[in-house]
Design a protein around this ligand. Structure first.
Ligand code: IPM
Ligand code: MG
Length: 360
């Protein structure tokens, strides 16, 4: 039986890095005899151009019926009109919601040989190994109302609503606790409970979960302080659990620790059913089409796909090892070294060459 994976290359550099990921998955498929079948579909701006919507019902159904979904990136200046009713990002948000992907796992590891690629002092980067567990189907991304209002005196206003239900908070904090058990058993919950009611509920429910996990070292910090600690003492964190918006912001910030946003993968998972795997970077329209994008975030996302959706831990570890070996051997894309850099294709080849000869 074959394993069906839907690939949504999307916009900008999405197709370039997706291509890299597909080559890696092909290699894994033959190496581990997995019979992975990949099928490309349109999502994002390219789907708006072709079908008038960012995600068609057919593509959504294909994703729901697949074993897993691999996504490049969505969005770009072409579709960035602030008054546009149809936006590429809607496709991604609908996909996350409809597939029930309430948890977005974003591992942040600093490769020792990439210390110099980060603007932070080297000594701060030792032993950084963080897992951000971002809530993905609630909060201000999905709260209603979310609209423009014109009052009678002509004032134009806009409202977005940050809403969290107890069950949404409970399941994400429970997952963070569970994941921390295979790590350092330490969970930091990040909120803005000194100002926001939704954060006060978050903290209360998180405490209920922590109470039944006395073995886990837990604490709460406010998001502004978390933003500071992430760059002043990043090695202190183990698992961070937080809301949709705070997780989005903090992971872009944390990516700087690793030398480039292009390095970071993510896994979006639900209770059961297929997961969605994507790098945390965007469509990078400034470098799209040049063949220079860093494929590592996307390639490491395929490792997460193998780990969480296919239960192929050895295959996942092989990919992670191949990436590490390539970095150890000095292979760099331009975001990591603008002196002597490899193209997306060359970097991918270097990783695949090492992957082929790894035995785990
Ligand atoms: C991310 C992205 C998305 C988000 C955008 C593209 C909607 O920034 O996955 O981090 O905000 O979730
Ligand atoms: Mg983001």
């Amino acid at each position: 039986m074959s394993i069906k994976i839907v690939v949504l290359p999307g916009d900008g550099i999405g197709p370039e890095v997706s291509n890299a990921a597909q080559l890696v998955l092909d290699t894994i498929s033959s190496k581990f005899n997995l019979n992975i079948q990949m099928e490309e579909k349109l999502m994002g701006g390219v789907s708006i151009d072709q079908h008038g919507v960012a995600l068609t019902d057919e593509t959504l159904a294909d994703c729901i019926n697949a074993k897993a979904v691999l996504l490049g990136a969505v969005g770009g200046p072409k579709w960035d009109n602030p008054n546009a009713k149809i936006r590429p990002e809607q496709g991604l948000l609908t996909l996350r919601k409809e597939m029930g992907l309430f948890a977005n796992l974003r591992p942040i590891k600093v490769h020792p040989q990439l210390h110099d690629a980060s603007p932070l002092k080297n000594n701060l980067l030792n032993d950084v190994d963080i897992l951000v567990v971002r809530e993905l189907t609630g909060g201000i991304y999905f709260g209603k109302p979310s609209e423009r209002i014109i009052s009678q005196n002509g004032t134009l206003s806009a409202v977005d609503s940050m809403i969290y239900n107890d069950f949404e908070i409970k399941r994400i904090v429970e997952l963070a606790c569970k994941l921390s058990e295979n790590r350092k058993s330490s969970v930091t919950s990040v909120d803005k409970a000194n100002v926001l009611e939704s954060s006060r509920l978050w903290r209360q429910i998180a405490n209920n979960v922590f109470d039944v996990h006395p073995n886990i070292k837990s604490n709460h910090i406010l998001v502004d302080a978390a933003a500071m600690h992430l760059i002043s003492q990043p090695a202190k964190f183990d698992v961070i659990v937080t809301s949709n918006l705070f997780g989005d912001i903090l992971t872009d910030e944390a990516s700087v620790l690793t030398g480039s946003m292009g390095n970071l993968p993510s896994a979006s998972i639900g209770k059961n059913g297929p997961g969605l795997y994507e790098p945390i970077h965007g469509s990078a329209p400034d470098i799209a089409g040049k063949g220079i994008a860093n494929p590592i975030g996307m390639i490491l996302s395929t490792a997460l796909l193998l780990r969480y959706s296919l239960d192929q831990e050895k295959a996942a570890m092989s990919i992670e090892k191949a990436v590490n070996l390539a970095l150890e051997d000095g292979c760099r894309t331009v975001d990591l070294n603008d002196q002597k850099s490899l193209s997306t294709q060359e970097m991918t080849n270097e990783i695949i060459m090492r992957l082929e000869s790894i035995n785990i």
